[in-house]
Design a protein around this ligand. Sequence first.
Ligand code: NAP
Length: 251
Amino acid sequence: MQRVLILGGTAEARELARLLERDERFHVVSSLAGRVADPRLPVGETRIGGFGGPSGLAAFLSGDGFDVLVDATHPFAATISRNAAIAAAQASVPLIAVVRPEWSPVPGDTWTRVPTVPAAAAELGRRAGEPAGGRALLTTGRQDAHRFTELDDWWFLIRVVDAPSGPLPRNHELLRDRGPYTIESERELMLANRIDVLVTKNSGSALVAAKLAAARELGVQVIMVDRPLPPGGVDTATTAEQAYRALVSQS
Ligand code: NAP
């Protein structure tokens, strides 16, 4: 039986755990960082919390006799992906990454692409007053909300799963919510809050893609934060099913 450790926190990680759990050739353990108070748990065995860097993860892989590591973390979780690549090499365990495709603009979109969340804040800062008292829907997550605290000319609707613990922009409303969303509900949200600009990371997730279609329909501009570079030289699948097939062929 192949022991598989999935670094998770995504829909793809939960789907892969479901596929492996029902296949008797595999024993799967899913790992979550523990960031979210009430996480969506995968089926099967789960552990929660950091490993203590790459060497801690390498020791965990060797100590628990894992045969393969799957990095199915969010495309913006750059540290754990880097740690996974180092740890897999240290522990001599094969690594497969699950990386969903990026979103790309289609006709009708007005995207400004920026490399980081601070760059998204700087871009909004440059646009202060155009329109006067601009209103932004911020979906970059709890950990990044403090990046926008200098922007007093903007009003923010900050959509997060859990409330941020750090400082927040002076003019804001918090919306505690979690996808999936529909185009209708996203359109309604943007209209009701008179949103001018959507700020989002290019997560590529189908569960939260409706905001892009709603923005297109309503002429809402998008500030799109590009993904950090993933570690090189890692075998990559784009879906849970593809990763499952790769694991079956390696077993
Ligand atoms: P990160 O910055 O890449 O990782 C920071 C540290 O958190 C890592 O060094 C590791 O601690 C721990 N960690 C992260 N993912 C882990 C996992 N699956 N299992 C065990 N420990 C983990 O990560 P992040 O951006 O804070 O994201 C944390 C988790 O939330 C990830 O699992 C990711 O899939 C999920 N998530 C992230 C985002 C996002 O926008 N970043 C969005 C949705 C979901 P040690 O060094 O101590 O091992």
